[in-house]
Write a protein that binds this ligand. Structure first.
Ligand SMILES: [Zn+2]
Length: 328
């Protein structure tokens, strides 16, 4: 039996109750420890019968997440329900009802890739109410944060400009921008701290409702620390230092085993054993099972608590047998 646990992300639950049960049975029988199904997608729709967000038509009239959670509980497979947070798309109820919440890039709202401004109270309350609904309703073991960050080049909305002016005395837009849409180097550390603050504040609130609901809190995070502080305002080292997460999954999607292992060592150094540590690895379709298992075992040998695989449809039966070994 491997000395580390196995988890997998699943980007969409199957679209019939029987297919959901078959999926759960396959993973549980193989000995997988944790399944992380996405229930709020990047288009803003949710894949369970929510009263807060708009529901994808395929998931109306039945409850895919409840079927998955009940079947998984019967079979000893843990579930963390996964939400794509600040990214909202054409299906977003938040942006339909509160268009002022749409994040702004350098003065222009984007059309196809809509994000919500993390600094706005309405944005945070909306997303937290989705997590609260899941926590209250479902027998899942945890909830999972993703897109828990800014998008590169956002946000320059009126509220962000007012906030920056108030806190720094400077006009966010008047500073001038480099090619990455960021203020010049003179302001960089101030800007990083100001931009990380609302994202970290959201993680604190998610921690509070998860704890109150007796659920675990996990998060998928960028792999290339500390560059993500500057690019997307995601201070996951700070979250761990505050004890905000039970599980962290850096998304390490290199096709090079050497690079993936080195990134893993960097992540472990940053995480300092402050929560359960799962390295997130992609299962490239072109790989043989042997190639994939070599990748997993090399990374796992760096000292992880678990490996989290992106994503379940790419994981072959032979992969599962090799991953879970004697547990199967
Ligand atoms: Zn904003």
């Amino acid at each position: 039996m491997p000395s580390y646990k196995i988890a997998t992300w699943l980007h969409s639950l199957p679209q019939t109750p029987d297919a959901v049960r078959v999926k759960i049975q396959r993973l549980a029988d193989a000995g997988v420890d944790l399944l992380i199904p996405c229930v709020k997608q990047v288009d803003g729709l949710v894949d369970y019968p929510s009263e807060v967000a708009n529901v994808r038509p395929e998931y109306q009239g039945w409850d895919a997440l409840m079927v998955a959670a009940e079947e998984a509980n019967r079979r000893g497979l843990a579930i963390h329900a996964w939400c794509c947070d600040f990214v909202e798309g054409k299906g977003s109820r938040l942006l339909a009802e509160h268009p002022e919440c749409q994040a702004v890039r350098d003065g222009r709202a984007t059309e196809d890739w809509a994000w919500a401004c993390p600094r706005r109270t309405q944005t945070q309350e909306y997303l937290l109410s989705i997590y609260q609904e899941i926590i209250d309703r479902y027998p899942v073991q945890g909830v999972h944060l993703d897109y828990i960050r800014y998008a590169d080049g956002f946000c320059y909305c009126d509220l962000c400009r007012e906030s920056y002016q108030r806190e720094t005395g400077r006009d966010l837009l008047a500073r001038g921008f480099d090619k990455w849409q960021q203020p010049d180097a003179h302001d960089m550390d101030t800007w990083i701290a100001w931009r990380c603050a609302p994202v970290t504040a959201f993680v604190r609130k998610a921690r509070a409702i998860a704890t109150a609901g007796e659920k675990e809190l996990s998060a998928a995070v960028f792999h290339y620390l500390p560059g993500q502080l500057q690019d997307v305002g995601q201070d996951w080292e700070g979250w761990l230092a505050e004890g905000l997460l039970d599980d962290i999954m850096p998304m390490n999607y290199s096709q090079s085993t050497r690079i993936a292992a080195e990134w893993t060592r960097n992540h472990l150094t940053a995480a300092k054993g402050q929560c359960r540590f799962w390295e997130g690895l992609v299962r490239h379709r072109s790989w043989s099972t042997e190639r994939f298992l070599h990748h997993v075992r090399t990374v796992a040998a760096q000292g992880v608590d678990g490996i989290c695989i992106f994503d379940e449809p790419n994981v072959m039966d032979e992969d599962l047998a090799g991953l879970c070994g004697a547990k199967a």
